[in-house]
Design a protein around this ligand. Structure first.
Ligand SMILES: Cc1cc2nc3c(=O)[nH]c(=O)nc-3n(C[C@H](O)[C@H](O)[C@H](O)COP(=O)(O)OP(=O)(O)OC[C@H]3O[C@@H](n4cnc5c(N)ncnc54)[C@H](O)[C@@H]3O)c2cc1C
Length: 405
């Protein structure tokens, strides 16, 4: 057993950390305050580092390190979140990487050829659109319908709180993978997973005014008789629920990576501040009320970092050897990360804000945008907190606690 990253993985991390420190961190406040999204040069720069191609095979323009996709993706998202604490850039990137992998695994040849090279080049956004006004937690209850007709799937319904709406429809190009009900009698065994490229007639969208990660839009879609070509279907029709759950496993690992990266940077900022800020004649670090809190946070963060590395490895193993672990078994490991990482990151951001006193409450201090950004994952993006507990209880205790559908 070797807990270290390989030389290649370390080199990738160090190179990316340098890129992010030089190109993203200096403008991170500006990114959070801009109204027109993430600057192009940031996306193109990350693409040049190979980040957007990490889960895309070489034949489609990617740089996927075969069998280590999630391990590298975990490193990448962690590093980006250290530099851009509002989380807009890491989330934009993790959505493309996580859901891009599903297209690489389940997409038709035509879809892969059309979409993946553009994703790898940083020219195309891929998002996920499952949540509906009736609620995001009960995915099996979604109402958006899809009807197969003349080589198309005709979609009607509404989705809300979807990341990357403006990015796909206005600022760049892209599309969202959507879950639709194609066999109304079959419950969750009647869902199909389909990619809806931006610009199809019948799609209208709106945006919400969020409190954080301001450079990444959140919005909603109305689909009215939207005709999507059948080659945009991922996997087999009516198997969409299971493919969607597999995608959540990947995306949730990377969500935890973003939270952990942001928290790691916040704690470092605090460590530096309390070592220098003098109060009652001594540095704040001399007071155990401060140093013990930092020690505890550091301990918790180190533990989750290691567990996350394990989750990424388990996902890689499962991708490589499908018998290694079932998606359900993997979901327990992943949900532990998604349950704990956002809460810990929010706690750390709050603690570091307190260590900074009034300065922590200003926009000159990067912590406030970290706290606003990470709250998106505390409240529910990529699955509510309690939903992670339901998954863990289902897998750990069994059907008696939470029956499997
Ligand atoms: C910034 C942001 C970006 C998002 N981006 C996307 C996106 O790109 N694509 C997408 O599809 N969705 C996205 N979402 C939506 C997200 O997936 C949902 O918020 C999430 O699934 C929860 O759904 P909900 O908000 O409708 O809350 P609800 O489902 O109404 O749940 C409300 C609360 O009740 C809890 N709860 C629900 N059921 C139970 C239960 N059985 N027992 C105990 N507690 C329960 C939940 O944990 C939650 O705290 C985003 C959300 C945010 C905040």
């Amino acid at each position: 057993m070797d807990f270290r990253y390989t030389t290649e993985q370390e080199l990738f991390r160090d190179t990316l950390r340098k890129f992010c420190a030089e190109n993203i961190e200096p403008i991170s406040r500006e990114i959070d305050e801009k109204e027109d999204g993430i600057p192009d040069e940031i996306i193109k720069g990350l693409a040049a580092q190979g980040v957007f191609g990490l889960t895309i095979p070489e034949q489609y323009g990617g740089t996927a390190p075969e069998g280590e996709e999630l391990t590298y993706a975990n490193i990448a998202i962690h590093e980006i979140a250290r530099a851009e604490m509002s989380m807009a850039v890491p989330v934009y990137t993790l959505l493309c990487i996580g859901w891009g992998l599903l297209i690489a695994k389940y997409g038709t040849e035509q879809l892969k050829q059309e979409v993946l090279p553009k994703v790898a080049a940083g020219d195309y956004f891929v998002g996920i659109s499952t949540t509906e006004p009736g609620g995001g937690s009960d995915i099996a209850n979604i109402q958006t319908s899809g009807e197969f007709k003349d080589g198309k799937i005709v979609i009607n319904g509404e989705k809300v709180y979807i990341s990357g709406v403006l990015e796909a429809y206005e600022q760049r190009d892209g599309g969202h993978i959507t879950l639709v009900r194609t066999d109304p009698e079959a419950g969750h065994k009647g869902f199909t997973f389909v990619f809806i490229p931006a610009g199809l007639p019948g799609v209208t969208y709106t945006t919400f005014d969020d409190m954080g990660r301001m450079a990444l839009s959140t919005g909603g879609f109305t689909y009215q008789d939207v005709e999507v070509p059948e080659y945009c279907i991922l996997g087999e029709p009516n198997r969409g629920f299971y493919i969607n759950m597999e995608g959540f496993n990947l995306a949730r690992i990377l969500v935890a990576s973003a939270c952990v990266g942001m928290a790691e940077k916040a704690l470092e900022i605090s460590r530096e501040y309390v070592s220098q800020r003098t109060m009652f004649g001594k540095p704040l670090a001399k007071y155990e009320g401060i140093s013990f809190e930092i020690a505890e946070d550091h301990g918790k963060l180190e533990q989750i970092k290691l567990y996350l590395q394990y989750a990424a490895w388990a996902a890689d193993m499962t991708y490589k050897e499908p018998d290694f672990m079932t998606p359900r078994q993997l979901s327990r490991i992943v949900s532990i990360c998604k349950m704990d990482a956002p809460i810990l990151a929010a706690d750390i951001a709050r603690h570091t804000m307190m260590h900074h006193g009034a300065f922590g409450f200003t926009r000159d201090c990067p912590i406030e945008r970290g706290l606003r950004g990470v709250m998106s994952y505390v409240v529910g993006a990529e699955g509510g907190h309690n939903i992670q507990k339901l998954i863990i209880a289902r897998e750990y205790i069994g059907d008696v606690a939470v029956p499997y559908r």
